[in-house]
Write a protein that binds this ligand. Sequence first.
Ligand SMILES: Cc1ncc(COP(=O)(O)O)c(C=O)c1O
Length: 362
Amino acid sequence: MSIKTQFIIPEGGPYYLTHSIGPMTRKGKDYLDAHYLTPWIEKGGQAWPYWLTLMDRFNGALSKLLGGGEDEFAHQPNLSAALSKYLLSLPLKKSTTKILMHAHAFPSMGFVVSALKSDNFELVLIPETQPAQDLQVWADHLSEDIDIVLLTHVHSMTGVLSPVGEIARLAKSKGKRVLVDVAQSVGVIPIHIPDWDVDAVFGSCIKWLCGGPGAGWMWVRAEELPTLNPVTVGWFSHANPFEFDIRNFEYSETAKKFWDGTPSVAPYAMALGGIETVLDMGVETIRARNLELLQTARTDFDFTDNGGTICYKAGEQADQIENGLKLMKAKFDRRGDTLRLSLHVTNTLEQANRIANLLKPI
Ligand SMILES: Cc1ncc(COP(=O)(O)O)c(C=O)c1O
């Protein structure tokens, strides 16, 4: 099947915004209709068994994509909510729990930790002047008082791809709990969670999985599940949601303990279409094409240790490049003097060359 039949790409100039929101998949659009709207139209409230099976299919697709058992995945509205829920579920013995992140981690993840100050969480940041991908930098900061490390697989403002496996191994050897944010890598960088010695992984489907907003998720190691006690619960985090005994709450034995009340179904119907599209293509194939396009757009830069996005710190040239991109009606974004341009399989070599022509004179 051609890219044009698998994706619905916004009209106009080149679409370089996958780091923000990936283009819609045809399957996602069809699934929204087939697995959400149609069951509702045809069955009304009797659609629930079908919808709950769909939620299981979502977990199944993630398990196929990333390794890990289906029961280790739980849908979440977004990464921030998932991190907050996870931290509050931990069996903590100490008065203060220090969480180490790099200053280039996505700000929202830091906000979550800072907001949990009254629950004795404390955010410790590695300064932005020290490279996030440098194992020695992490070694220097993994002091005894650090309890948890949150790694960002691909950094959204710099594009830097972290050696998660190596940093996690080091942190684990020092007895730390290791969490990973894969928001900017899932779908474009091959990931097999069991290869990493980590405790939890947080992701969404909005970017390289092309699944739209609202379909976040978390993965939690099965052996750890019995020790985690989420505090925001609901009937769907119960071992038997249909028991209906207000005096008896029992956690689900699976990652479903991280569900709460009635799940939203629509985002997961769409996202399932995105994940299946990516699974059909294969993440290795997507990454190979992404690298080809990135290297075409910038021959002066080695993208091996970079995610799928060009994060071009343009300094004084930022306005000039932005104007060039606007002239070609490109969809892109700019944060300060950094221009961000993502190249997914929906982009063409010609579109990568247009970036090259714009950056070359600079
Ligand atoms: C690396 C990274 N983490 C997290 C997020 C966002 O998390 P949330 O799902 O809470 O909006 C983003 C959004 O761009 C991101 O780039």
